[in-house]
Design a protein around this ligand. Structure first.
Ligand SMILES: [Zn+2]
Length: 471
């Protein structure tokens, strides 16, 4: 007897055989998919299950995997979007104006946004470059996201930019203690965080996520080599993915100095400005490129997506949500990547919809070393399933060319139902684990506290808002 039987929905499992079952079923035992296939295979008799859920009018897909975002960004989105010193603003907020309540409230808000858009596995770097002085913010953020029911991977590793940085720890009575943050703090905090938080909750994983790896311009060659080695050591010792931002020259430096770092467990976010040789190195080593179509570095630089894919480089699409100007809606980025690549190469045939769907499901799952668990609907894998409501004008009449219809026309808000680990986490767009109202209220209160401490109007006011250019 199965625990749950899902029936009557179209099923697009994104499996290696590229099945599409117009009317399919999925049987679930515990947190796993026990069986799935076309309903006609059942011969008119439904198997026994404790709970039977008919999902007529919906399409079942594997939960989306968003390989990169920034914890904290949901409470600073839009702020300072017009300012050139945005990075400094983000650092000031994260290091000097936040407390555990901020990180918990943001974790829950981000997880609610992502889950409601159909992302069931989410990766976040804590803060912007990120914040590295204490493990507690990571713990609070993981706890907030876990409360919503998402599968969350959050990391820190090392920060970049000028040191020493200032940080404040806020007490309940409104006072604070201020201290200097040095680069050495990062390694200690990362290891302490790995020890403290992994295994605490079945859907929380702490990963190693330094702000940048390779040849960081603010550091000496020797310091960079030491840093890259240390990040690799932590990754191997605790058996977690290694996740970082990287740009032109970084891959070459890693290859020349610490080639052991370049494995398929390494995901390099943004990856703009790579040389021909760096593309060859990526193809040889299997290290992943996590491409955010709308991230700033991809607007000012160039991630050579088509060349990478043609040369066999592993690649996934990520949102890089949500500050200052992005969304956690991965459905948007399915369209963004097509539009940008087709425009760049003046070729409308590039990146068909099936391939794009894989770049948001099974490919990022592989990069995280989790493709045996998530990223497609197959027997033995986790029951991380989403259902899209296709009985809506912008998707109707639904039936023919379903993959293209979804990738071109569906949006995050069309996701009606979400299951993670065999548990229904959203039903008719209502979260089941938390009160959405409470998540919103807690986030608003944390935002107000942060803004009071920051005390800056200039990040809200844009005198060029209706001009041709801002700033
Ligand atoms: Zn990023």
């Amino acid at each position: 007897m199965y625990d749950i039987l899902l029936t009557d929905a179209m099923v697009i499992p994104v499996d290696p055989e590229h099945h599409i079952w117009e009317k399919g079923y999925i049987a679930i035992t515990g947190d796993r998919i026990a069986a799935l296939g076309p309903m006609e295979e059942l011969g008119g008799e439904l198997p026994q299950a404790r709970q039977h859920i008919s999902l007529k009018g919906l399409v079942l897909l594997p939960g989306l995997v968003d390989g990169h975002g920034h914890a904290g960004h949901c409470l600073i989105k839009t702020l300072g979007e017009h300012r050139e010193d945005w990075e400094d603003m983000a650092q000031e907020i994260y290091y000097c104006c936040t407390d555990e309540e901020f990180w918990y409230a943001e974790g829950a808000l981000a997880a609610a946004e992502r889950l409601k858009f159909g992302t069931t596995t989410a990766v976040s770097m804590l803060g912007s470059t990120p914040r590295i002085d204490r493990p507690e913010p990571v713990g609070a953020n993981l706890e907030g996201s876990a409360s919503v029911g998402i599968r969350q991977l959050t990391g820190i590793g090392s920060a970049y930019g000028a040191f020493p940085k200032r940080a404040r720890v806020w007490e309940a009575d409104g006072s604070f203690r201020e201290y200097e943050v040095t680069p050495e703090m990062a390694w200690k905090t990362t290891e302490e965080t790995l020890r403290r938080y992994n295994g605490r909750h079945p859907r929380q994983i702490f990963i190693v996520a330094p702000g940048r790896m390779g040849l960081r311009p603010d550091e000496s060659r020797e310091m960079n080599i030491r840093h890259n080695r240390e990040m690799d050591r932590l990754t191997r010792e605790y058996d977690v993915p290694l996740h970082t931002h990287a740009y032109g020259g970084d891959v070459q430096f890693l290859y020349d100095t610490t080639p052991e770092v370049l494995t398929p467990r390494l995901s390099l976010v943004h990856s703009t400005g790579y040389s021909d040789r760096e593309l060859e190195i990526l193809a040889e080593t299997g290290a992943y490129v996590f491409h955010g179509p709308t991230t700033h570095s991809n607007i000012t630089g160039h991630c050579r997506v088509m060349e990478m894919l043609e040369q066999g480089v592993n690649l996934a699409v990520v949102t890089d949500g949500t500050a200052s100007d992005r969304s956690y809606d991965l459905w948007r980025d399915m369209k963004n990547i097509q539009l940008l690549q087709r425009y760049r190469y003046k070729d409308g045939s590039l990146l068909p919809c099936g391939r794009v769907l894989e770049l948001c499901t099974i490919e990022p799952a592989r990069a995280l070393g989790m493709d045996h668990l998530i990223g497609s609907l197959e027997p033995g894998k986790k029951a991380d399933i989403i259902a899209v409501d296709v009985m809506q004008p912008h998707l109707a009449p639904f039936g023919v060319m379903p993959v293209q219809r979804l990738v071109y026309h569906a949006m995050g808000q069309d996701v009606d139902w979400v299951m993670v680990d065999g548990q229904v986490m959203m039903e008719h767009r209502r979260l089941t684990q938390v009160s959405e109202q409470a998540v919103l209220e807690r986030a608003a209160a944390a935002f107000d506290t942060m803004m009071r401490r920051l005390n800056r109007r200039d990040i809200l006011e844009n005198e060029h808002l209706y001009d041709l250019r801002q700033g």
